[in-house]
Design a protein around this ligand. Structure first.
Ligand SMILES: [Zn+2]
Length: 402
């Protein structure tokens, strides 16, 4: 299984310029290849591109030897993949764009090594990193490292291959997860217990600042020093927003994947269509996507199960109590069922409804399946009693904040 680690590098000045040169070389090679493929001079194939580059580089890019060959080869792989994606699914993947300076400047290396607090990159050498030393389980293979400039810092994501043993299935509730804008995630169990996860408040503040910085940037004169400062400021804002959101997403998804037997989520497409809020939409889109992505791999790590419900299941229209269906409007915050008389918060109803859509083979925590071999009879009774108590004591609505 692949597992990635993100670290912050602490390069010295020499290494800093080597890194800048490396990402510059990667950008040059990417654009070189994209231009030739667009003109139909070359096929979008990594090996074709590498061969063509190796013939061309001596006259066209005499500085090629200053950088690791991976700067070029990995750029060609990126071009190849971008075209493959575009040909396969042009609705989702746009035609590849030229790489721009200061926009997601990055470079991928292979043949990397980790030594204590140092990361060794080809042609650049050992760079110290700021995090505590990585402890990798024995037998871990280091696949590649992507170095990235984020505002004025350097980050690296290291992809490893590890043997992670299959986890024991988690014993807990089966829940539905409804993603929204006012409440980021509403988690409803089949039993009707609801938890709410609010997006962190600093995010809102940071987003406001980001908007202001971007306005400043758009007013500044091209090529001026002020513009350079603005670019860094915007990048720093982006980094802060990303870090706050990412931290929240990781904490929330880990908690869910570690404590729930199964999670039922709505397909993202449907959520997008229903909640067509203009401004916040693109912001929410990104985090909903990565939220589901994180849930997807973390449930596999920790022994939970993720189930996606059909795109056309109208979770906000169906009563979670009796299954009655009625049209609802986005502005209605509560769901009132004319058939069974239940009155619930709209998101709570959707979340509990999703939980009851679960079709997998796992069981809710009140019932402990025989033969799982994890509990003796006595223990399982204890466990049942325990969980029953928790059910009674748990508040109907628990709001968790980070
Ligand atoms: Zn009902």
């Amino acid at each position: 299984m692949h597992k990635a680690y993100r670290l912050e590098l602490d390069p010295n000045n020499v290494q800093r310029s080597s890194l800048n040169r490396a990402v510059g070389a990667r950008r040059f090679a990417f654009n070189w290849a994209l231009e030739r493929v667009s003109r139909r001079e070359l096929k979008p194939n990594q090996f074709v591109l590498i061969n063509a580059w190796n013939q061309w580089k001596h006259e066209g890019a005499p500085w090629w030897n200053e950088n690791s060959k991976f700067c070029y080869e990995e750029a060609f792989e990126d071009v190849t993949r971008a075209f493959q994606n575009f040909f396969r699914d042009p609705a989702k993947f746009k035609y590849p764009k030229f790489a721009r300076k200061n926009v997601n400047d990055r470079c991928r290396f292979r043949r990397i090594q980790l030594e204590g607090r140092y990361l060794q990159l080809p042609k650049i050498g050992c760079i110290r990193y700021k995090n505590k030393p990585l402890e990798l389980p024995p037998g871990t293979k280091l696949l590649d490292a992507t170095v990235r400039r984020v505002a004025d810092r350097w980050e690296v994501s290291i992809v490893t291959e590890q043997n992670i043993p299959d986890p024991e299935p988690i014993i807990g509730p089966i829940v539905g997860v409804d993603l929204g804008l006012t409440t980021f995630a509403t988690v409803g169990a089949q039993s009707g217990v609801v938890e709410r996860y609010q997006a962190p408040k600093p995010l809102k503040k940071a987003l406001r600042k980001l908007r202001r910085c971007q306005r400043q940037l758009s007013r500044s004169v091209k090529g001026s020093n002020r513009r350079k400062r603005c670019i860094i400021r915007v990048a720093k804002c982006h980094r802060r927003v990303f870090n706050i959101r990412n931290d929240f997403l990781h904490k929330t998804t880990s908690k869910l994947a570690r404590t729930k037997t199964a999670l039922v989520v709505e397909d993202l497409g449907v959520a997008n269509m229903i909640r067509n809020h203009k401004l916040s939409r693109c912001i929410a889109d990104v985090s909903w996507g990565s939220f589901l992505n994180m849930l997807n791999y973390k449930t596999r790590w920790y022994g939970s199960e993720l189930q996606q419900v059909d795109r056309f299941y109208p979770s906000s229209q169906i009563c979670s109590g009796c299954g009655h269906r009625q049209p609802t409007q986005l502005s209605q915050r509560t769901y009132a069922c004319p058939q069974c008389g239940a009155i619930m918060d709209r998101d709570d109803n959707a979340a509990v409804g999703l939980a009851r859509c679960y079709t997998g083979s796992r069981q809710h925590q009140e019932y402990i399946p025989p033969g799982r071999g994890k509990f003796t009879a006595e223990e399982s009774l204890e466990h049942q009693g325990d969980s029953a108590n928790r059910q009674v004591n748990a508040p109907q609505v628990a709001t968790l904040k980070f």
